[in-house]
Structures are given as C-alpha cells and as structure tokens.
Design a protein around this ligand. Sequence first.
Ligand SMILES: Cc1ncc(C[n+]2csc(CCOP(=O)(O)OP(=O)(O)O)c2C)c(N)n1
Ligand SMILES: [Mg+2]
Length: 545
Amino acid sequence: MAHDSGTTVRDHGGALALAALRLFGVDTLFTLSGGHVFPLYDAAVKRDPPTRIVDVRHEQTAAFAAEGHARLTRRPGLAVLTAGPGVTNGMSAITQAYFNGSAVVVLGGGGPQARWGSGSLQELDHVPMLAPVTKLARTVAAVEDIPAVVHEATATALTPHRGPVFVDLPIDVVFAEGEAAIPPAAVPAAAEPDPDQVAAAARLVAEAERPMLVAGTDVWWAGADAELMAAVEHLRVPTFLNGQGRGCLPADHPLAASRTRSLLKTEADVVVVAGTALDFRLSFGRFGSATVVHLVDSDEGRARHVDAVTVAGDLRRTLAGLADYDGPRTDHESWVDSVRDLEAAAAADEVPLLAAAATPILPTRIYGELRKRLDRDAVVVCDGGDFVSYAGKYVDVYEPGCWLDSGPYGCLGTGMGYAMAARLAHPDRQVVALLGDGAAGFSLMDADTLVRHQLPVVMVVGNNGIWGLEKHPMQALYGYDVAADLQPGCRYDQVVAAMGGAGETVTDPDQVGPALDRGLASGVPYLVNVLTDPADVYPRSSNLG
Ligand SMILES: Cc1ncc(C[n+]2csc(CCOP(=O)(O)OP(=O)(O)O)c2C)c(N)n1
Ligand SMILES: [Mg+2]
C-alpha cells in the first residue's frame, strides 16, 4: 500500500514514520537490528515502495553511512538505531553530522513509555544527550503524532543551516496502530539574502587588487555550483575548495587553486569564504590584513569571533548576485596569472614525490598511482591521519559530490560507512576509500556489510604501523611517544578476504599501480594494504581540510 501526501493512513508507528520520510525521497535506511525498532523494518519490507535496509555491524557505521548518503545525494540520510546502546553507539557520527551541517534523520527506539522509570531493558532518556548535537531531538508520545513529528524533524534537517535531527520512538508508541495524515514534503526555503549586502560584497571583490575565494560544504548543499562558477568567472577570483565544496569548481578550471593556500594570508587583500565556517581549517577567519567576506546560508552561520562582512541567506542567490555584478571593478588578470603560475610551479615540484621509488613506500607514491587511475567522477572517501592529509593535497576533484572527508569534527572510523554510502549513491562509479591503518581498525568489520550487500569498493590502507598523526607530534613535544604504535605490516587485506572480499599487501612501489588496477577491476570489496614508511611525516602548513 502506497501512502500519498495528505492522505490519512491507518497503520502501525513504523509505517507512519517511513511514510512521512518517503515523501522527502528517503529510500534507504542504515541500521543494526534491535527489537525496539522492528516496526520500522516491517514497514521497510512490506509497504510500497519498499525502503532498502542496509544492516551493518556497528551503529557508528549506520550513522556515518546515513551522513555519507545525505552528503552525496543531498537527500535526508536515515539511520535507525535501537534503544540505549544503539543510540549511544551512534553519538560520534551524529555529532560529526552536526559539525558538517549534514541533513541526517535518526530514528531511535526507546523503552516503553507506559513503564518509564521502572528499569526496562535498554531504557535511557536519549533526548538530553542528543539535544546538544542535533537541530531537533524529540520523543513522540502518541502513535498518531509520528508523521507530523518525523515530517517536522526532516524539514528541520534540510533547512539551512542543515544538520541532524533525532526522533525517539518508544516501543509502545511505534508498535501501536493509529490513524494520521501524512504531511506533504515541503522544505522551507532558505532566507533571502539582502540584495544591498550582496551588491556591497560583490563590489568589495570587484574592486580588490588580489581577491581570493574559498568555497565549502554549504555551496554544494545549496546546489550552487553553477552560480559559484559564474561568480568567480565573472569577478575573476582564484578559488580554493574545501570539504564538500571540492569539485564545485573542477580542479582543472583555470581559476581553481589548491597549492597556493599561503597566499590567503600573505597576498590576498579580500578573502571571500562561501559556505563554510571560519574555523581552524581557515585560520579562524584571519588572513593577514585581508578584508574577510563571509557568505553563509543562515543567520546561525555568522562568525562571532572575527569581524567579517557577512551576507546571510540562500547561497545560490548570493552567488548569483555576485555573478550579476555590473559596477566598478579593478582588473585582476595579472593577479590571476601570477596565482596560476605559482600553482603550476607547485604542481611541477610534486612530480618527483608522486613517482617516488623509495622503499619503504612513500604515501605520495600511492597518490601518484591513484591520480592516474581515478575517473573524473570517482568518489573518494578519506579516513585517517597523515595518510589522508595527502589525499586533501593530491586528489584532484572534478565534479561536485565526489568527496567525503570527516570535516571539522575529525572523527576517525567513517571509512566503511562512507564507502557503502558512496557505492549505494553511485553504483556505477569508482569508489575508493583511503584509510590510515589506525583508522581502519574502527570500522573494518563492516567490510562484512560491503560483502553481504554486494557493495564493491577499493580500500587503500596507508599502513605505516603507527598512529602517525599522533606519534610524530608526541615525539616532537616530549622526545618520546607512547600509545602510538600499531602492529607493523598487519594484514588488513586478509581481514577483508576472510569476510568474503579480497585484497593484497604491497611492499614494492612498482606494485602499487598494478594492485590498484586489480582492486578496481575486481568487482568485490578489495583492500590494497600498502606498507608505507613510518618515518614519513606529512608536511603541515595551512590546512583547509
Ligand atoms: C575517534 C577518534 N579517535 C582519536 C582521534 C585522534 N587521532 C587523529 S589522527 C590519529 C592518527 C590516525 O592514524 P592512522 O589512521 O593510522 O593514520 P596516519 O596518521 O598513521 O597516517 C588519531 C588517533 C580522532 N581524530 N578520532
Ligand atoms: Mg597509521
């Protein structure tokens, strides 16, 4: 039975919840089994159209997968977590979604309302824990209220500034039957930016001598990639991309920059930051003496710690306004040319590192081989420390929605969740998950989920046998390190093979490329375990994330 918007439905709570979500385009749920949430499974299987159930091995993977799915499809990602430990296991991933502004809906099972306080199995009041890391956290008290609450929560998740929401469904509420209307899926529009402020921001950029722009995650969520390109082409601004902004301007666009970040602090006189926070990744919004223009998707995005010329509202309209600017302007061509020359020189300097023949293998060699093999629309997932810092530097992104990193919360353990989300969102593309050996340990058991659900991805482990991003700094600070070593040469490929996938260990730099080829051609979850040099330290400078 299909549930149409506006129709009144009589059904159990699970069916009422999924009916409300279906109208927002939710067709997949990520979960790990628990009796408290059985009605949601029943609805997923028996109501029409069915909702795909991806059952994982740890709830953090379910919540990371829901976030990854949301970030790649720009539809709400759905995680269904059972009461108590199911919900608490999802907390880090939900928090990461909060920091990333990702539209994730978490439906939690809950202990029975009728016996609340008597010590039921897995009874925990989730809402006070979830409230600080969600846009909305609510317990539904009556089955008839489920569609309205789920609808309000989903619309809230999708409203800029986006973020996760949590709806608690007590077991006696979700198993009950009730009658309720399914509200139509109307997502409130983003606020209109003030046209005078948009014009003033455009003029600042147009009249600058050496403007630069950084575009981030919310540009992609706003669907504003075309407007971004039009704006920077019209105003002639060298542009960096970070987070989910990567690919909104193709890496080989003449105005795309990635290797000259230090110019933001040393040369730029106006820095425009669009759709991302002025956080540690952007030196807290301080760029030498440059005037900072901050384009944010909502009032909550206004930075309080730094003075910036801020325009709040729909980023599509704001960027379209920049593209329409027709006032006075300064010629930027020599500036654009000088940035392009510096970018080309920096890229030329990288060539020997990308081809390095050293043994143990340098991480840069892995990226050199990967760059030759990645399609323009490949989806790349990053989970780790130093190893994936190189990805930020050397993986060029050509299309929007092709990149999943952890974002400013920096939680390790995303790998398998993000990888399965990528494969589900893009069944026909290359999906490559780059994993530190430490990071891999958080989620590798969920390679089993990739196998069971036939979700082939290539995993590449930069296996330096250490928690490199912690070991090297501890050495630098204390002259010794502790709690920073892993098993050298550990056979993570055999872990995946044991679960029904495949893989291999690589120690010869000339075998990295052929191993990647075998992985990409295998059609199964395939782990390329590359033993890398533990002495290699990522050269840390300004980090745009
Ligand atoms: C859940 C979580 N625990 C701990 C950390 C702290 N941390 C950040 S990077 C890092 C080391 C990662 O090691 P690995 O994945 O092996 O990558 P490498 O730096 O060795 O390339 C650690 C432990 C974190 N960010 N998230
Ligand atoms: Mg490591």
